[in-house]
Design a protein around this ligand. Structure first.
Ligand SMILES: *Cc1c(COP(=O)(O)O)cnc(C)c1O
Length: 307
């Protein structure tokens, strides 16, 4: 169960957690046209807290809405301010932030007419998405029987609610089969990403990640690419196949929820030494230093707050 916070921001007002409710004829509930974000905030080493790349997440929320022809009746600055306000009233120094924009109740049928476009911001404490042990030891992954969306079936650059039916099916299958996460191939059979994480492989010191095709353009992915280059690694965006992944020295997933999670096994093949590799560890270290406000070079990635 998600741990309750005091308030949820709902269309401009902070309402008690239990009162943040919608009608059963909410359009998005029936047809899946809604957009969301997943954002994290962290307690910083020098006191206070910071939301990681708040502006980029809010911008992507608006782009997801644009892709789906939804007009959010707030500005990006208003949503950013509302996120900070919600964190403060909930006195959350570290946790997860879930903004969601959806089409409210009104007309029914596929055409949403001018049903209201509604937005909520929920926050709650959330530890490591794939388990604290996963960050250290790595996870076991299985290639999914489900294909990642084709770019002309579901537009893959938006975090659209309905897109996650595919993710839920793949995740359930992977867990039922005894794995921690599903690896999705694109419609042509190349490695795309996981159910909510981007993927990187490392071979002979070179870091490779799937290009922006069928994948969601992850903010963690972009951050890791920048940090990797800082550390002197070469990073390439290029398609690769599942067997190239099997032969990698290291592999890891990135995402706001999953942070940087090493992959120790794929389809029964052990990746590298079967544990977190040195490049993955170095990137985790650099990433967590940034999140905790320990790297002044990336101070602009942090929206600081305290209460
Ligand atoms: C959100 C998401 C990611 C990770 O994106 P971040 O911006 O790093 O959180 C990757 N893949 C999918 C499908 C996602 O929904």
């Amino acid at each position: 169960m998600v741990q309750k916070a005091d308030k949820i921001w709902f269309d401009g007002k902070l309402v008690p957690w239990d009162e943040a409710q919608v009608h059963v004829l909410t359009h998005t509930l029936h047809y899946g046209v809604g957009v969301f974000e997943g954002i994290r905030c962290y307690a910083c080493t020098d006191g206070g807290s910071a939301v990681f790349r708040l502006q980029e997440h809010v911008e992507r929320l608006f782009l997801s809405a644009k892709i789906n022809e939804m007009t959010i009746p707030f500005t990006q600055d208003q949503i950013s301010a509302a996120i900070i306000e919600t964190l403060k009233v909930n006195r959350l120094s570290e946790g997860y932030i879930r903004p969601l924009t959806f089409i409210g109740a009104g007309v029914m049928g596929v055409y949403p007419g001018d049903n209201p476009i509604q937005t909520i911001i929920a926050t709650w404490p959330w530890g490591a998405y794939l388990g604290a042990e996963a960050l250290e030891k790595g996870i076991r992954v299985k290639t999914s029987s489900f294909t990642r969306h084709h770019v002309n079936v579901m537009m893959t650059k938006a975090k659209t609610c309905g897109n996650y039916v595919n993710s839920v099916l793949a995740k359930r299958e992977a867990l039922a089969d005894g794995y921690n996460e599903a690896l999705m191939l694109d419609a042509e059979g190349y490695v795309s990403e996981a159910t909510g994480e981007n993927i990187f492989i490392v071979r002979k010191g070179v870091i490779k990640t799937s290009p922006l095709g069928s994948i969601l353009s992850g903010i963690t992915r972009e951050s890791v690419m920048i940090l990797a280059e800082d550390l002197g690694y070469t990073v390439v965006e290029d398609r690769f196949t599942r067997d190239e992944l099997y032969c990698a020295d290291e592999a890891f997933f990135t995402g706001t929820a999953a942070e940087i999670t090493p992959i120790r096994e794929v389809d029964r093949r052990v990746i590298g030494q079967g544990s977190r590799g040195p490049v993955t560890a170095a990137l985790q270290d650099a990433y967590f230093k940034v999140l905790r406000g320990e790297n002044p070079k990336y101070g602009q990635w942090l929206a600081r707050y305290s209460f």
